[in-house]
Design a protein around this ligand. Structure first.
Ligand code: SD4
Length: 290
């Protein structure tokens, strides 16, 4: 019997899954759940990889990437968005109120103001202080390491059995100005097919983009793989193509139409949060490197 409703998200963002569960459990739809769930993290200034309080690029600018996808296969995305906390809600507006899929930079920001979003300073004192520290030692280089995480990707199935997903991030800390990662790219950081399931990614986005990880996982599930098997194959694909995998982390999370979930990552440390009729739980992910 299918498990529903159910919500999962990357890492241990219990407040986010609780919010999504509240919506799902009162008969709300999966799209509202995945939007409002991740909004909790976007607003949380102590989460320095999502929304307000996110770490800036190497020039000190906080730039956000996000996308959302619904049961009909429609999607909306924003990249390089500045001065707006709730990138995911702007992405939803792109999906619902425009004939487009993706808006970037100034255009996305202008669109957000037209839709009534407030201009906010996203760089907190804490993130600014850390950035100034980084600048002293960094020689202005973007360092790829396995610690840079916390992007939230969320997948939900509502009481009707319909699936939606969301993904939102401030991206890699101290990235080159203008850099866009996997999180707002439909197919890479997130993919949903209402007949099959959904997948989302966290970690070094460049590696996820190169293998179109989330789309790959959904297609593998379509061919009969379990969410766990599909996530493992997607990680194996990355490590077989890039011998430097000791230097970076990628984690995938997937759910199928029956509410079965799976997760896999390169290095130990990734986990996901789940909320269903059995309550809230933390689920450690298996890893390629033991
Ligand atoms: C990115 N994938 O911009 C994001 C970063 C991330 O957990 O997931 N951090 O590459």
């Amino acid at each position: 019997k299918a498990v529903r409703p159910i919500v999962v998200c990357t890492w241990n963002f219990h407040n986010a899954t609780s919010k999504a569960w509240e919506i799902l459990n009162s008969g709300g739809n999966a799209l509202d759940a995945v939007e409002q769930g991740v909004m909790i993290e976007e607003a949380d200034v102590t989460n320095q990889t999502v929304g307000k309080g996110g770490r800036p690029d190497r020039d000190g600018n906080v730039t956000l990437d996000a996308c959302i996808m619904n049961k009909d296969g429609n999607c909306g995305s924003v990249v390089y968005l500045q001065n707006i906390t709730h990138a995911i809600s702007v992405a939803r507006k792109v999906m619902e109120d425009t004939p487009h899929v993706m808006l970037a930079g100034k255009g996305a920001e202008q669109f957000a103001y037209e839709k009534g979003f407030e201009k906010e300073n996203l760089l907190t004192e804490q993130s600014k202080k850390e950035w100034l520290e980084w600048k002293k030692e960094s020689k202005y280089e973007t360092i790829i390491n396995i610690e840079n995480h916390d992007t939230i990707g969320m997948l939900a199935i509502d009481a009707n059995g319909d699936i939606s997903g969301s993904c939102t991030t401030s991206g890699m800390a101290y990235k080159v100005g203008g850099r866009v990662g996997d999180s707002p790219l439909v197919g890479a950081g997130l993919f949903i097919d209402n007949e099959v399931g959904g997948a989302t990614a966290t970690g070094v986005g460049e590696e996820v983009v190169k293998t179109v990880g989330s789309f790959l996982i959904v297609e593998l599930m379509r061919q009969g793989k379990s969410p766990q098997e599909a996530c493992e194959e997607a990680v194996n694909r990355i490590v077989s193509k890039n011998k430097n995998y000791n230097d970076f982390q990628v984690g995938f999370l997937a759910i199928n139409k029956n509410g079965e979930t799976g997760a896999y990552c390169i290095h130990p440390g990734f986990s996901y949060s789940k909320y269903d009729g059995a309550g809230q739980s933390d689920n450690p992910s298996g890893s390629f490197v033991k």
